[in-house]
Design a protein around this ligand. Structure first.
Ligand SMILES: O=P(O)(O)OC[C@H]1O[C@](O)(CO)[C@@H](O)[C@@H]1O
Length: 474
């Protein structure tokens, strides 16, 4: 699949202003009762330890990773990254400020701390202990990915969902038989892609099969599964996946805190904005997790192009392994390869469609060469080239919780804040940006006090268990 380099150096970031009235960021020091504190003090060390176990790392590498886990759990001060390739990362304002103030894992902003942890893991596995890992992704020129095995396990564990609830949707759009049921609408794919975000390896500390199992369990009405344990699950009845044929069933409205999918469908039907590249209708999908979620995103991309809702889909992947399961360009290629080699003819048909679209330039993958994708900066500071491209998009879809947090400065917004009021005034795709996100952190806007109270009454962990979600326009 063709990949786009950004062609923009990391230093060429926009001097865009943050959202006006940006509240303070979430931090581990918000209190021992908070999900943020639990994440930093317990979940992050668990992710580091699961990375040792999943890869069978031993010797000095395992010892250094274990030391990192202990350092996080102890709330030690942050230290500058030392790998030459990572030195520019220390200069990003959130990190430079944290170093100057001698912030710790607990006191520094949460979004910074999480991204920093993945850089520390990268530094250990690809630089300091490169000899032990080989510093290469097997069979590829890409760097070693400490989360590859977990992502592969998650992809294989997604097979049931692929066959049960993704391929039938896509098959309905291409079926030639007059007796077939009506094809799935774009809204079907949007909701499927939203709920695909429930599967997330950072939430299950890297256990791929468990993450997918939890996501399916939640979709089937069992609550949040191990995404935080029993206390986090919302017990809400839902039909089994196999019965998800109607739009309402795929939509799962009982768990949608905000549904702007009709506005997204309308944005796709509107003429392209001024500045659209070559006048083409572009949809940017800022990816989140590999595995089940990426399968739903690829189906959405294919459906958008097959249905003529746009001319080009650009999938923005990450430039470095992060949040355990975040998709890299190599993961996108591997996932399409998985479909290509699948026993199911429907999976192979989806792969053929994706391959054709990639070959004729309608499906692109970007982000792999753009350090901003895993920088600790807010989205409003994106490089000029990226901002210009997003400015010309008919729709920008931000997948997942971490992208939502980044858009909103990972801040303590009152939940009823109107989404437009929480956006940087210079955001390049205002009114055409849509977040497809299941709630896995305490960051939330655009939800009325009444709706919030109803969700809270249903589940104490409504904000963080990944059970509730939003399709939200900004
Ligand atoms: O894959 P997603 O949806 O971005 O979720 C990752 C999120 O999960 C968390 O680990 C919280 O559970 C956050 O750190 C992060 O926001």
């Amino acid at each position: 699949m063709r990949t786009l380099g950004s062609g923009v150096a990391a230093s060429a970031t926009m001097a865009r202003s943050p959202p006006a009235h940006l509240p303070p960021p979430l931090r581990g020091s918000d209190g021992s009762h908070t999900f943020t504190f639990d994440t930093v003090s317990r979940r992050l060390p668990a992710i580091v330890r699961s990375t040792i176990a999943a890869n069978g790392y031993a010797g000095a590498l395992a010892a250094d990773l274990e030391r990192l886990a202990a350092e996080i759990a102890a709330g030690a001060p942050l230290v500058a990254l030392t790998a030459p390739a990572l030195l520019p990362w220390n200069a990003h304002a959130p990190m430079a400020d944290a170093l100057a103030r001698r912030e710790t894992w607990i006191s520094a902003p949460w979004f910074l701390v999480e991204n920093y942890m993945y850089k520390r893991i990268w530094q250990l596995t690809n630089v300091e202990h490169a000899a032990a890992t080989g510093a290469r992704r097997p069979g590829s020129a890409e760097p070693h990915d400490p989360f590859l095995l977990q992502k592969e396990a998650a992809l294989h564990a997604s097979d049931g969902a692929l066959l049960e609830s993704i391929l039938p949707l896509f098959g309905s759009t291409t079926s030639a038989s007059p007796d077939s049921p009506p094809p799935a609408s774009i809204a079907h794919f949007v909701y499927r892609s939203l709920w695909g975000n429930r599967a997330d390896l950072s939430i299950s500390a890297g256990d791929g099969a468990r993450a997918v199992g939890d996501a399916l369990h939640a979709e089937r009405g069992g609550g949040g599964g191990s995404a935080g344990g029993a206390a986090r699950g919302a017990q809400v009845a839902a039909p089994p996946l196999g019965a998800r044929v109607s739009l309402e069933q795929v939509r799962d409205g009982a768990r949608l805190l905000c549904d702007d999918a009709p506005l997204l469908v309308a944005a796709l039907a509107a003429p392209p904005p001024t500045g659209a590249p070559g006048g083409a209708r572009l949809v940017v999908v800022c990816l989140d997790n590999a595995g089940l979620e990426l399968l739903t995103d690829l189906a959405l991309a294919a459906a958008l192009l097959v249905g003529g809702q746009c001319d080009v889909v650009e999938l923005v992947a990450k430039d470095a392994p992060t949040f355990v399961s975040d998709a890299l360009p190599a993961d996108v290629a591997e996932t399409v390869g998985y479909l290509r080699a699948h026993a199911s003819g429907d999976a192979r048909a989806l792969a053929r469609t994706l391959d054709t679209m990639a070959a004729d330039g309608r499906l692109l993958v970007s982000g792999g060469a753009e350090p901003f994708c895993t920088s600790p900066c807010g989205f409003w500071q994106m490089p000029r080239g990226m901002a210009e491209r997003w400015c010309g998009a008919s729709a920008v879809l931000l997948k997942g919780d971490a992208n939502y947090r980044r858009l909103l400065g990972d801040a303590h917004w009152p939940h009823a804040t109107p989404p437009a009021a929480a956006l940087s005034a210079e955001w390049p795709a205002a009114g055409r940006t849509f977040c497809l996100r299941t709630c896995k952190s305490e960051v939330l806007v655009g939800v009325s006090a009444e709706r919030a109270a109803a969700a809270a009454a249903e589940s104490a962990a409504w904000l963080t268990a990944g059970t509730y979600g939003v399709v939200q326009r900004f």
